[in-house]
Design a protein around this ligand. Structure first.
Ligand SMILES: [Zn+2]
Length: 375
């Protein structure tokens, strides 16, 4: 089996488990830092690992345009090229073609588009996406699918879901069963429970090593997303990992785990770290704010990251963010990934101990306190 899933405990719908890949174990629920172009921006692989991350994500769309999948393959694959030895998940490129590329033309065959980097013309299909992900050598590959932006009409959602399911069958066919690499199917269907169920049934018939809930975090809002997650995970096989793509803020992550999601990814901790935002148990702190200018306290008391445990003050972080020093984005990225890593570890502990509901109450209570009073 290219991928194993060991479900160790459940607490309500929340699940504690381990995903086994050829390159190591992923403890779930897991948050996957995003290494868009083969690097988690501002962080060395060992530092990313040190935040508690077992797996990182790479983006097919970015890597196919630059430096090119064939080049990465010639240089030994994405693990060797990037220096990350652990498991890597690659997306299919579909979502970012829709959100970043210009001059898209979508047909049953695939998507023709212009690169957002240099305008060159490219083509992505289920077959080409599987080929690229094989060249990159990711441990977990994703089916090529189409994800319509929400809100969209039911007819549009249904037609898109049906094409994505035909593309899922083509993805499986092209991917094959290589033995050391796994393929995840992606459920679509927007906010429609019956379309989600139909999509899940089509995917189960094809058969995948894991299943993603796709088409969320595309503008529908948290309440609508949780509404889908109240039924979507249970429509997918219980004995396989469930991955919610592109989520999210800490309270989104907690709500998704509560509803039975095992894996997530989001650019939020890294991107917000580069724009001066630090996530703490008491919410998001904007280090650009002048209130931190004379504050000698760490960003978050008790956090083991170099920004907090390294003796840096909020005043220093404010200073390096405002003066656009590289170390500002690096330290805040490090802190934010550490925060997410500890959040996932805390949830795994709570699920294992059968006290997730208590833990969740504490999580929300601390956030409701808000940030420290200014000095
Ligand atoms: Zn910290």
């Amino acid at each position: 089996m290219a991928l194993t899933f060991d479900l160790k405990a459940t607490d309500g719908a929340a699940r504690l488990g381990e995903v086994g890949t050829a390159r190591g174990v992923v403890r779930t629920p897991a948050f996957m830092p995003v290494g868009t172009a083969g690097t988690v921006k501002g962080m060395l692989p060992g530092q990313v690992r040190g935040t508690g991350a077992d797996i990182v994500l790479g983006n097919t769309y970015h890597l196919m345009l630059r430096p090119g999948a064939e080049r990465v393959a010639r240089l030994g694959g994405l693990h060797r090229f990037s220096g990350w030895e652990g498991p890597i998940l690659t997306d299919s490129g579909g979502f970012q073609v829709m959100s970043l590329a210009g001059l898209r033309k979508i047909t049953e065959e695939g998507v023709r588009f212009a690169s957002h980097v240099d305008g060159t013309r490219h083509f992505l299909s289920p077959e080409r996406s599987m080929e690229i992900q094989a060249l990159l050598g990711s441990d977990i590959a994703m089916c090529f699918d189409e994800c319509p932006a929400l809100p969209a009409g039911r007819d549009r959602i249904a037609a898109s879901m049906e094409m994505s399911m035909r593309w899922a069958a083509r993805s499986r066919e092209a991917f094959g069963h290589p033995g050391d690499r796994a393929l995840f199917g992606i459920q679509q269907g927007g906010l429609e429970e019956d379309l989600r169920r139909e999509s899940a049934e089509r995917l189960r018939e094809i058969g995948f090593e894991g299943y993603a809930v796709g088409g969320l975090a595309v503008g529908e809002g948290q309440e609508a997303m949780f509404g889908v997650l109240d039924h979507a995970p249970a429509q997918l096989p219980a004995n396989r990992p469930r991955y919610l793509m592109g989520v999210g803020k800490p309270d989104d992550v907690v709500g998704a785990v509560k509803r039975g999601i095992d894996m997530m990814d989001c650019v939020l901790p890294t991107r917000s770290g580069r724009t001066g935002q630090g996530w703490t148990a008491r919410g998001m702190v904007n280090l650009r704010n002048a209130r931190h200018r004379d504050d000698p306290r760490p960003l978050e008391e008790g956090c083991p990251c170099p920004a907090c445990a390294g003796g840096y003050s909020r005043a220093f972080l404010h200073h390096v963010v405002r003066s656009k020093e590289m170390i500002g984005g690096m330290l805040l990225t490090w802190h934010n990934l550490t925060y997410y890593g500890r959040l996932m570890a805390a949830m795994r502990g709570a699920i294992g101990a059968g006290r997730f509901a208590d833990w969740e109450r504490g999580f929300h209570a601390r956030r409701a306190e808000g940030d420290l009073e200014p000095v």
